[in-house]
Design a protein around this ligand. Structure first.
Ligand SMILES: N[C@@H](CCC(=O)N[C@@H](CS)C(=O)NCC(=O)O)C(=O)O
Length: 258
């Protein structure tokens, strides 16, 4: 059984989709990121960057120190690579094939995810944070422009290949789809006309039963009604993080880790 420390967001869906694709048993452990669960010492011991997703595999691959102790992993890219290695699925084992996939996994981690997160922040979310629309103009232009460029990169790749890393569905597709399918909703629906190969791939991957199941996992989490005051407190917690604010939790986590 694998514990998934999780909240239903694009970065969380990457892991539930992979677990569904691999047919692995998993248990969702909610990390309410607006409520501050990511700052508990127990979670920081698993994920020192105070971000979900993270996993704990209670029956890890043999190897390591040979103790058979549970293995925890944070960062979705590392998690998917581990699950691919564990199951022998969605990542070729020959060197050329493996790196053909991993370069796109790293591309997503360093590019599409962060740029879409920031584009969404400036374009849609930050108006709840600042009363001055002028503060949003440059950030919106910069990050929406990057998402446009990255969509062009994917569209060109997918004009010549069925999947991102070639002819086989892989962890490159699994890690990219949860952000890519939101491009229309978060940025602009007209993007689908500009990038038809990307749209073809988004639709095809979105039809997979495991993708639909992973996307629905934990869908009920965070759905309760909240007052405007509660929403404000959640925004403050998510978008006003400083080293000082989380220092005591980090120290507690590190001390009990050794
Ligand atoms: N690079 C990380 C990004 C994870 C990430 O940004 N998670 C967000 C939710 S989508 C989070 O946990 N935020 C909590 C916070 O900002 O404190 C990954 O891919 O695992």
């Amino acid at each position: 059984m694998i514990d998934v420390h999780y909240w239903p967001t694009p970065n969380g869906w990457k892991v539930t989709i992979m677990l569904e694709e691999c047919g692995l048993d998993y248990k969702i452990i909610p990390v309410d990121i607006g409520g501050g669960d990511q700052f508990t010492p127990d979670f920081l011991r698993i994920s020192p960057n105070n971000r979900m997703p993270a996993i704990v595999d209670h029956e890890p691959l043999p190897g390591g120190d040979g103790s058979g102790a549970a293995l925890s992993i944070f960062e979705s890219g590392a998690i998917l690579e581990y699950l691919a290695e564990k199951t022998g699925k969605f990542l070729p084992t020959d060197t050329a094939g493996k790196y053909k996939v991993l370069q796109w996994v790293h591309w997503q981690m360093a590019n599409l995810g962060p740029m879409m997160g920031n584009a969404n922040h400036f374009k849609n979310y930050a108006k709840n944070i600042t009363d001055d629309p002028g503060q949003l103009v440059y950030g919106t232009k910069r990050f929406v422009g990057e998402v446009d460029r990255l969509s062009g990169v994917m569209d060109a790749q997918l004009s010549a290949n069925q999947y991102l890393a070639g002819s086989a569905y892989s962890i490159a597709d699994i890690i990219t789809w949860p952000w890519a399918f939101l491009i229309g909703r978060l940025i602009d629906e007209s993007m689908w006309e500009t990038f038809p190969h990307l749209k073809r791939w988004v639709d095809e991957v979105g039809e997979r039963p495991a993708v639909q199941a992973g996307r629905k996992a934990g869908g009920e989490l965070g759905k309760g009604e909240r007052t405007e005051e509660e929403e404000k407190a959640r925004r403050e917690l998510l978008f006003n993080q400083t080293n000082e604010k989380v220092r005591s939790a980090r120290e507690a986590a590190v001390q009990t880790n050794n």
